[in-house]
Design a binder for this molecule. Sequence first.
Ligand code: SF4
Ligand code: F3S
Ligand code: FES
Length: 255
Amino acid sequence: MTATLDKDTDTETQAGAIPSFEVTIKVRRFIPENSDEPYWEQHTLTMYGTDRVLDALHKIKWETDGTLTFRRSCAHGICGSDAIRINGRNRLACKTLLKDLNPDKGPIIVEPIKGLPVVKDLIVDMEPFFASYREIMPFLITSGNQPSKERIQSAEQRERFDDTTKCILCAACTSSCPVFWTDGQYFGPAAIVNAHRFIFDSRDEGATQRLEILNDKEGVWRCRTTFNCTEACPRGIEVTKAIQEVKRAMIRRAF
Ligand code: SF4
Ligand code: F3S
Ligand code: FES
């Protein structure tokens, strides 16, 4: 941190002022109307200790360059719309504090997530990602017998798939997977996580169908256990473990 975080900090804090610091953000821009080539643009901003990367992007957009384009909605780590690549790692812009990125050591590099077509600046086309998600049928499948009240499930049965219910479909996992980068054909970890959420749900009857779908040549067997997905997940889901569990379920059913 620079300037106001040094010896003036105590005085400012005592006086009730929030210490500020300088941060340089280097954003990868791509504006297809202007050029086929992406380019880098740098902004130096005065920010504060509780500010996140999303706050810096807002500041650029609202005060300097209204053409900067990115997705966000909730700003609180819930909607999953602002996954971007920050200093080479996939993160949610709204959950990443600027001060944790050592802004005094150099610019913070901000890019779109990899492996999906860039539409403009930090916005990628999520359709290939959601196509895989739709394919694994992310809904409860039952064979009729509509109950007159809730479908009973024990706490232990619910616990079996609790981790994978936390997914917010941000694509940080899939777009950090080197297998997905190669050709974009692999289902990707997010689709498998969401299949896991239903395969291990005691109320669901579609496990066999989902396992058949993921037994495809672009399915779970393409995973090379790289763990990038687990490291990238902002919800702390054990993504690679979930993929291994789906593989084991397939072996047990001898597909
Ligand atoms: Fe995002 Fe994690 Fe879901 Fe992947 S598993 S889409 S990283 S929340
Ligand atoms: Fe990719 Fe995760 Fe497997 S990064 S290779 S899906 S462990
Ligand atoms: Fe919703 Fe970041 S804006 S998760």
